[in-house]
Structure formats: structure tokens, C-alpha cells
Write a protein that binds this ligand. Structure first.
Ligand code: COA
Ligand code: ZN
Length: 313
């Protein structure tokens, strides 16, 4: 059975776009719950400036209070050298560095050019030596909401520069849900041909309803690692009204139904998903949390039995 590995990003990518602060103890309880669901990784929080992302201002407290369950890797987003120092103090096992493959999106999100970002992140990679594994998330790999098309060759060029620095993994992000399945499949082939030794993860948003189709197209091309967010939370400040990351429970449910081994206790995950609207104060896009699993059957209405009796000779 093919194993698919999930990185749960709800408390980072999911929460960073939520308008109302989720209290630290609620974040910790959610992460502890997720830790017992079978995730390979959990992206706990982000060591960015609290002015840029107030929701994650309690990064240290959260990292200090969560249970570290063996077998789960706890990863954090690190935007710069200052963030790396904070991540180091919190004993994060993986640092997730981020920059955009689109110049305009990088300027909008990180307020610097891609070259400036790369120079800073190169220092962070050096800082991580001997302390943490390094993953680099490349944003807008399938299109930029401001520039439009991002050439596959541009994605490969930035991936190559980080591979040369010796990072362990790369996450190829469809930040605003612009990827379509053929594009995802082509990207999967190109990356695996060039970077066979790297841990390659795909990160889709379901902004235009193509998220699960993109997952399947990538799985068919041999991608076995995905980021996903409980309830389908997440979004991007530059695509107003856009829906979030692919939903963890919907994606895992689909892959399990198809016979893939996800390592996830789906029933347990659904219990957390059903509590999420209470935590964030609004409905969430998750479908399986509302409809139930395909094997959660409903009793037939009583008249069905009566009809059946009438039919027997
Ligand atoms: N942790 C805490 N504070 C930080 C920080 C970090 N990692 N990096 C910068 N800061 C603080 C600085 O101390 C400074 O504070 P001050 O105004 O009180 O002096 C302020 O943030 C600005 O610092 P500066 O060095 O000028 O950074 P910047 O304005 O270029 O911001 C980022 C750089 C990346 C830290 C910031 O733009 C950011 O966090 N953006 C959000 C990116 C993000 O996470 N996006 C979503 C994920 S893709
Ligand atoms: Zn994202």
C-alpha cells in the first residue's frame, strides 16, 4: 500500500488568516489532539513579527506547552535570522523557510526582493546546521495573483539554488489556488527528475475547487507528501474572499477510500474538525465533517421495510 505523508498546517497557514485571536490554550489543545491523529508533521506556528501576524504572537508559549509525541515532527515557519534564533530556543525539529518565486508576491508578502530573501535565508540555512532540518516553501509556484503565470523553469531555478545549499526538503506552494491538475502533474515530474534526493511536498489551496484534483494528479506522478489544513482553513491576504488550503479530513478521506495508507485516524481527526467552527467562530469549508464518511451509513426510513414486506411473495 502506498504511504502518503501529511503535514497539518491549520495552526499556522490556517490560523494566520483568521480575524479573531485563538487563545494560546486552545491552540495547544488542538495541536495536542492533532499529534494523536497520526500526522507525519505538524506546522505549529510562525516566528514572524507579531505586528505582521498578530494571531501567532504566542509562538514561544505554544511551542513551550505542546506535547511532543514521538514520531511526529514539529515544524515552524522561519522568515529571517531573528525568527531562526527564536525557533532555535524553542527546539523546533524543522525550520520551514519561505520565499516567493514571483518577484511581486515576494515584495508584497515579505517586503523585499527575491534576491534579498535568498541572501537572508542562506544565512538561516547556515544557522540551522546541527540544530534543525531545513525545508523551503516556495510560494506562488503555479501562478501569482498579481503577475499571472510563473514559469516552471523559474520554480526549478529557485529550487536548484536551495538544493545547492543542502536543504532537506522543498514545498511547492500553490498559494492562491491557481494550479490545475495537468500543471501539477508536469511540475511533479520535473521536480522528481531533478531533485530525486529531496523531500518534495506539494501545498495546494482549494481557492477554485481544484485542490483534490491536483492532489490526485500529483499522487499519480509519485508525490507522496502534502500540506493540508483542518477544516480547509487558510487563505491569502492578496486573494480576498478566497477559500483556504485543501481540507485535511476531505483529502485523507478520499485517499483512504482509494486504498492509500495515510497513517491517520480519520475518526479522531473528524472529532477535532467538528469542534473547529466553535474555535474560530464561523463555519469552515470541510465537507466530510458535515456529510460523514462514505461508510457512515444512515438507517433506511421505516416505510422501506414495509415496501420490502409488500414485495415478498
Ligand atoms: N520575529 C519577531 N519580530 C520580528 C521578526 C521576527 N522574526 N522579524 C522582524 N521583526 C520585527 C522587527 O524587530 C521590527 O520591529 P520594530 O518595528 O518594533 O522595530 C519589525 O518586525 C520590522 O522589522 P524588519 O527587519 O524591518 O522586517 P520587515 O518589516 O522587513 O519584516 C518579516 C520582515 C518577514 C519579518 C515580516 O514582513 C513578516 O513577518 N511578514 C509576514 C510574512 C508571513 O509570515 N507571511 C505569511 C506566510 S507565507
Ligand atoms: Zn498556503
Amino acid at each position: 500500500m502506498t504511504r502518503i505523508y501529511f503535514n497539518e498546517v491549520v495552526t499556522r497557514d490556517g490560523f494566520q488568516n483568521e480575524p479573531h485571536f485563538v487563545p494560546t490554550e486552545d491552540k495547544v489543545a488542538l495541536i495536542d489532539g492533532l499529534s494523536h491523529c497520526g500526522f507525519a508533521k505538524i506546522e505549529v506556528t510562525s516566528f514572524t513579527s507579531s505586528k505582521a501576524i498578530p494571531m501567532l504572537k504566542d509562538a514561544e508559549a505554544v511551542m513551550g506547552q505542546i506535547e511532543r509525541v514521538p514520531g511526529v515532527e514539529y515544524t515552524v515557519l522561519v522568515p529571517n535570522v531573528r525568527g531562526a534564533e527564536r525557533a532555535l530556543a524553542c527546539r523546533a525539529e524543522e525550520w520551514n523557510l519561505v520565499m516567493s518565486t514571483s518577484e511581486t508576491h515576494n515584495l508584497a508578502n515579505l517586503r523585499m526582493s527575491r534576491e534579498q530573501s535568498f541572501a537572508g535565508l542562506r544565512e538561516v540555512v547556515a544557522q540551522a546546521q546541527g540544530h534543525a532540518a531545513v525545508n523551503v516553501s516556495l510560494s506562488t509556484c503555479f501562478g501569482c495573483p498579481m503577475e499571472g503565470e510563473v514559469a516552471e523553469s523559474e520554480v526549478l531555478r529557485w529550487a536548484g539554488r536551495f538544493a545547492d545549499l543542502g536543504v532537506r526538503g522543498l514545498t511547492i506552494c500553490d498559494t492562491t489556488g491557481m494550479a490545475h491538475p495537468r500543471q501539477a502533474a508536469a511540475m511533479a515530474r520535473a521536480l522528481q527528475t531533478r531533485f530525486a534526493e529531496l523531500q518534495i511536498t506539494f501545498h495546494f489551496h482549494n481557492t477554485r475547487g481544484m485542490g483534490l484534483a491536483n492532489v490526485l494528479a500529483s499522487v499519480d506522478e509519485g508525490i507522496h507528501r502534502f500540506d493540508a489544513s483542518l477544516g480547509g482553513l487558510g487563505g491569502c491576504p492578496y486573494a480576498p474572499g478566497a477559500s483556504g488550503n485543501i481540507c485535511s479530513e476531505d483529502t485523507i478521506h478520499m485517499l483512504q477510500a482509494m486504498g492509500f495508507d495515510t497513517g491517520i485516524d480519520l475518526q479522531r481527526l473528524l472529532t477535532l474538525a467538528r469542534h473547529l467552527p466553535q474555535l474560530v467562530g464561523h463555519e469552515v469549508p470541510s465537507q466530510v465533517a458535515k456529510a460523514g464518511r462514505i461508510n457512515d451509513l444512515h438507517p433506511a426510513p421505516p416505510y422501506v421495510e414495509a415496501l420490502r414486506q409488500g414485495l415478498t411473495p
